[in-house]
Design a binder for this molecule. Structure first.
Ligand SMILES: [Zn+2]
Length: 262
């Protein structure tokens, strides 16, 4: 082989090498791109907007379905039972208790719920204990409501957790038993479905919503409110609008409807 041929061969080898390296670089980029795409789609899947379907029923002692307002009689204590709570993770039970017992508030940007400009905020309540105390204070009631959890059968509110699926695809259901003549709520039953599939956060949100029904509220007409039939709001907390509806109901207003205006 003469020198010229040697040179040509080595040049060709170099060319092959360059082509192979370029090929690897292209494949590398393609794999990277796919990996990025996959990460993005995983994030999007996880950040799926929540849509928790709920329903509530009001029944009188004869079992007839009622479609009007009811309220609890004035009282200073409320007992809650979480049936078979030891069969479920402690974190889920803690999420339930937080939605009921928290007295804390949270500020949420109004633009998230189409209520106002970015950078303006509204206050929401995290738990019902805080709301009840706040409303009692507004009404000039000096004692705080005592809310306790019990394992006995004397509870006013009974929460049942189940891993079975609701026929209607519900996440939560509240059924209140009422005295029709006195317009009072006697007892409320909350059922939470498919508990194992719910995150702790979703459990907290559903209980927060169902407790609105327990308190006597109907559904809200505003999709961005906690009391909308399908919970889908980016602000799943107790709003001023929910509080206004409760104040109205407990100061003689004859409606349980939640009407939210911006
Ligand atoms: Zn509901």
């Amino acid at each position: 082989m003469d020198d010229f041929n040697k040179l040509r061969k080595s040049l060709r080898n170099t060319q092959y090498l360059v082509i192979i390296v370029m090929g690897l670089v292209v494949i590398g980029f393609a794999l990277d791109f796919l990996a990025v795409q996959k990460t993005v789609s995983t994030i999007e899947e996880n950040a799926q907007p929540m849509a928790l379907k709920t329903q509530y029923l009001v029944q009188n002692l004869k079992g007839d379905a009622m479609e009007t307002w009811y309220a609890w009689q004035p009282r200073d204590n409320l007992k809650i039972q979480i049936v078979d709570k030891d069969n479920f993770p402690k974190e889920k039970i803690d999420a339930i208790k937080k939605a009921i017992m928290s007295t804390e508030t949270i500020e949420i940007d109004n633009s998230l719920v189409f209520k106002g400009d970015e950078g303006t905020y509204s206050t929401y309540w995290i738990g019902w204990k805080g709301v009840v105390d706040h409303i009692r204070e507004l009404r000039g009631i000096e004692t705080a409501m005592e809310i306790t959890f019990t394992d006995k059968d004397d509870a006013d509110i009974i929460i049942t957790l189940t891993n079975s699926k609701s026929g209607e695809g519900l996440s939560g259901l509240t059924n209140s038993l009422v005295n029709d003549e006195e317009r009072t709520i006697l007892r409320s039953y909350i059922t939470i479905y498919e508990v194992d599939k719910l995150s702790n956060e979703h459990m907290e949100i559903i209980i927060r919503h169902e407790f609105g029904h327990v308190a006597g509220l109907a559904h809200s007409t505003a999709p961005e409110d906690l009391m909308y039939p399908v919970i889908q709001t980016p602000a799943p907390y107790i709003s001023q609008c929910d509080i206004d509806a409760l104040l109205h109901l407990y100061t003689g207003g004859k409606t349980s409807q939640v009407i939210c205006e911006n």
